[in-house]
Design a protein around this ligand. Structure first.
Ligand code: KIV
Length: 269
């Protein structure tokens, strides 16, 4: 991957050149800085922020104002990565006009460079409307968390023949509407592979197996910040829950025992 700023055309080119695309979420300045410094080409300000940072049970309560706030924080740290911001529930479903206004705010105020919206065929008109005003769109199909009440929970999608066919049609509709990439979430690996082969735009998998063009994980999940959440598709690259707990325990002990602040951590007049 080049050292200069990553752009939407770069992401499309990566698929053509057979380069895999690592994507991670970030919601704040310090973690976005680390992702950017480590050369992650795409940072997603996901509405998962509502669950992993704000402690909601679903992504539905997240507001546009909150997404703008988090996107701005990430944008201040990001030098190189492409910044994609999620459009939260009800910010794009009402009408393509509203979607344009709200996506525009994510670019204008949130300093994002692209938006992600959930949905297939039913969202094609909206994706087209955004792309027509030069707002790049990342699609998202399969297990779409904003559809939790229709799905009846966070369940694998695309297991029956009919569902597989529908997913392929949805993916094509998203591509035809002009999206520059698409997230495939919570679907069988072979289905994700077939979609990846059928599309010109890169597929970014999460819980979708090894055949996608890229992979995305929620940062807090891969860093092990929530010990109670360990779905099949998440690999924990660290156990920050224990690391942070250890540091807090040590601090508490030292303050209680009069060991901190020690000499060197203060001045005298
Ligand atoms: O909100 C999010 O973090 C996402 C990713 C899991 C793809 O949509």
């Amino acid at each position: 991957m080049k050292d200069s700023k990553v752009t939407v055309p770069d992401i499309l080119r990566m698929k053509k050149e057979g380069k895999r695309i690592p994507v991670l979420t970030a919601y704040d300045y310090p973690t976005a800085r680390i992702l950017d410094e480590e050369g992650i080409p795409v940072i997603l300000v996901g509405d998962s922020v509502g669950m992993v940072v704000a402690g909601y049970e679903t992504t539905l309560p997240v507001t546009l104002e909150e997404m703008i706030y988090h996107s701005r924080a990430v944008a201040r740290a990001r030098k190189r990565a492409l910044l994609v911001a999620d459009m939260p529930f009800l910010s794009y479903q009402v009408s393509p006009e509203e979607a344009k206004r709200n996506a525009g705010r994510l670019l204008k105020e949130g300093m994002a460079e692209a938006v992600k919206i959930e949905g297939g065929k039913g969202m094609a008109e909206t994706i087209k409307a955004l792309v027509e005003v030069d707002i790049p769109v990342m699609g998202h199909i399969g297990l779409t968390p904003q559809s939790i009440h229709r799905m009846g929970g966070y369940r694998w999608q695309g297991r029956s023949r009919e569902e597989k066919e529908r997913l392929l049609e949805d993916a094509k509709a998203v591509e035809d509407a002009g999206a520059f990439s698409i997230v495939l979430e919570g679907i069988p690996a072979d289905v994700a592979g077939a979609i990846t082969e059928a599309l010109q735009i890169p597929t970014i998998g999460i819980g979708a197996g090894p055949h996608c063009d890229g992979q995305v994980l929620v940062l807090h999940d891969m860093l092990g910040l929530n010990p109670d959440f360990k779905p099949l598709f998440v690999k924990r690259y660290a156990d920050l829950y224990q690391v942070i707990k250890g540091a807090i325990r040590e601090y508490k002990k030292e303050v209680e025992g009069g060991l901190f602040p020690a000499e060197g951590f203060y001045i005298t007049s």
